[in-house]
Ligand binder design. Structure first.
Ligand code: C2E
Ligand code: CA
Ligand code: CA
Ligand code: CA
Length: 275
C-alpha cells in the first residue's frame, strides 16, 4: 500500500509538472501570437430590441493556435489575465476594434471587453483617448464592457477611472449582470450607461418561470436607474418576443448573428453617405 501510495504521488506530481509546463508553453505561444499579430477579432451584432435594426457589434477575440487549433477565449483570456499579457492583448483588441469601427456607418457602435487587470493600470483613460485619436473613432461610438469584478477590486479607483472615461464621451456597460456581487448601491454609485443581462437568465426564459421574474426585475431596474439594458444570448424567437414585449432596449445572440469575421457582415456596415 505504501509503494502504491508513493507511486500515486509520483504520477500526481508528474501530472502537475506537465500541467505547469503546458501552461508555460501556452503562455509563450500566446506571447508569440501577440508579437506576430496573429490574434483575430470576431464581431457579433447587437440590435435594437423593438425594431431589430442593427446598432453595433461586440468585438470578441479569437486565437487559432498553429498546432492546437482554436483555443477558447475562456482559456487564453484567463491565462493572459494571470500572466499580465492581458495588457498587451487588451490594447491590441481596443486599437483593432476602434480602427475597424471607424470604417463603419457612423450610426454603428463597437463594444470592447475590458478585463479587471486593465483597470489596475492608472493610464487606462489616456490609452483609450490615444486610441480614439489615432483611429479617428468618435468616443460616443465606443462602449467598454466591464464585469462586476472591476468594482470589488478597488472601488474608489474604479469609479474615478470610469468617470474619466465617461468624461471623454465613452459609454460603459456592466457585463454579465446578475452573475456577480453588484448590489443596488454599487450599481447606483457607478456611472454605468448599460447593463447586459447575462445569457444564463435569457437561456432559462420559457424553461424556468423564475427567469422571467428576474429578467423583468432587471429591465425595471434599468428603467429606474436610467440605464439601457442589453439581453445577451438570445437564441430563439420566443426569447426575443418575451424581451421585446418587456421593452428590452437591445439584444444580442445567435438569433441575430454569431461572432464572425467582420467581412461576413460587410453588407451591414455600409455607410449611408455612400448610397
Ligand atoms: P462575454 O463578454 O460575456 O461574451 C459573450 C459570449 O457569449 C461570447 O463567447 C459569445 O460568443 C457568446 N454568445 C453570444 N451569443 C450567444 C448565444 O446566443 N448563445 C450562446 N450559447 N453563446 C453566445 P466567447 O466569444 O467565447 O467569449 C467568452 C468570454 O471571453 C467573453 O464573455 C469575455 O468575457 C471574454 N472575452 C472575449 N473576448 C475578449 C476580449 O477581447 N477581451 C477580454 N478582456 N475578454 C474577452
Ligand atoms: Ca462582453
Ligand atoms: Ca456577457
Ligand atoms: Ca460572460
Amino acid at each position: 500500500a505504501k509503494a502504491e501510495g508513493r507511486g500515486t504521488y509520483r504520477v500526481f506530481a508528474a501530472d502537475m509538472d506537465e500541467e505547469a509546463e503546458e501552461r508555460r508553453v501556452l503562455e509563450s505561444d500566446l506571447r508569440q501570437a501577440l508579437a506576430d499579430n496573429a490574434l483575430n477579432l470576431y464581431y457579433q451584432p447587437q440590435v435594437d430590441g423593438a425594431s431589430g435594426v442593427l446598432v453595433g457589434f461586440e468585438a470578441l477575440v479569437r486565437w487559432t493556435h498553429p498546432v492546437r487549433g482554436e483555443i477558447p477565449p475562456s482559456v487564453f483570456v484567463a491565462l493572459a489575465e494571470e500572466t499580465g499579457l492581458i495588457i498587451t492583448l487588451g490594447d491590441w483588441v481596443l486599437r483593432e476594434a476602434c480602427r475597424e469601427a471607424a470604417t463603419w456607418a457612423p450610426s454603428l457602435k463597437v463594444a470592447v471587453n475590458l478585463s479587471p487587470r486593465q483597470f489596475q493600470k492608472p493610464d487606462l483613460p489616456e490609452t483609450v483617448l490615444a486610441v480614439l485619436a489615432q483611429t479617428g473613432l468618435s468616443p460616443d461610438r465606443l462602449e467598454l464592457e466591464v464585469t462586476e469584478s472591476v468594482i470589488i477590486n478597488d472601488m474608489a479607483r474604479a469609479i474615478s477611472i470610469l468617470r474619466r472615461l465617461k468624461g471623454f464621451g465613452v459609454r460603459i456597460s456592466m457585463d454579465d449582470f446578475g452573475t456577480g456581487y453588484a448590489s443596488l448601491a454599487t450599481l447606483q454609485a457607478f456611472p454605468f450607461d448599460k447593463m447586459k443581462i447575462d445569457r444564463s437568465f435569457v437561456a432559462q426564459l420559457g424553461v424556468d418561470p423564475q427567469a422571467a421574474v428576474i429578467v423583468r426585475a432587471v429591465l425595471s431596474l434599468g428603467r429606474s436607474l436610467r440605464m439601457g439594458v442589453v439581453a445577451e444570448g438570445v437564441e430563439t424567437s420566443a426569447q426575443r418576443r418575451f424581451l421585446a414585449d418587456e421593452a428590452c432596449g437591445e439584444m444580442q445572440g445567435y438569433l441575430f448573428g454569431k461572432p464572425r469575421p467582420i467581412g461576413d457582415y460587410a453588407e451591414m456596415l455600409c455607410c449611408p453617405d455612400e448610397s
